[in-house]
Design a protein around this ligand. Structure first.
Ligand code: MG
Length: 149
């Protein structure tokens, strides 16, 4: 039972139409993928501008809350180190205790640490590099010392 020329053409048309539909679906999928990639991948300049904006905002917030800053550079760096320690903890928790911290906490702590570095640098020509008041310490006695002596 052979097909007429018309039937063969109709079948070919149907096959082509379903192929077109499939390509259209693939195209839609690719478009969605592309637009989500565009959302997630900012241009480096945009990212830099965003980070700079966040740092400046954090410097403003922190300076408003604590307007004074140590003139002793070791006290000043201790404040920076405290924030770096919190960044360290956020990263460790994101890895090993993910219920306590996530990548957004890491970002926030990085911004806080960066802001403290900026505050540290803002005072570079105001630091006083003098020794702290110091005192002597006794050498601790070891239990073996008594026996030998
Ligand atoms: Mg912090």
């Amino acid at each position: 039972m052979g097909m007429t020329k018309e039937e063969i053409l109709l079948e070919e048309i149907n096959a082509l139409e379903s192929e077109i539909e499939q390509l259209r679906d693939e195209n839609l999928g690719l478009r969605a993928e592309l637009s989500s990639l565009k959302e997630n991948t900012r241009k480096p300049d945009e990212a830099k501008a965003m980070i700079a904006e966040m740092l400046i905002a954090e410097v403003g917030k922190a300076t408003k809350k604590f307007p004074i800053w140590p003139t002793d550079p070791l006290h000043a760096v201790a404040i920076l180190n405290e924030e770096v320690g919190e960044l360290n903890q956020a990263i460790l928790q994101t890895i090993y205790e993910p219920e306590k911290s996530d990548k957004y906490d890491v970002r926030d702590e990085a911004i806080q640490a960066g802001a403290m570095l900026i505050r540290f640098m803002m005072s570079l020509d105001k630091y006083n590099y003098s020794c702290s008041i110091q005192h002597e310490q006794e050498v601790p006695k070891q239990s073996s010392e008594g026996e030998e002596g």
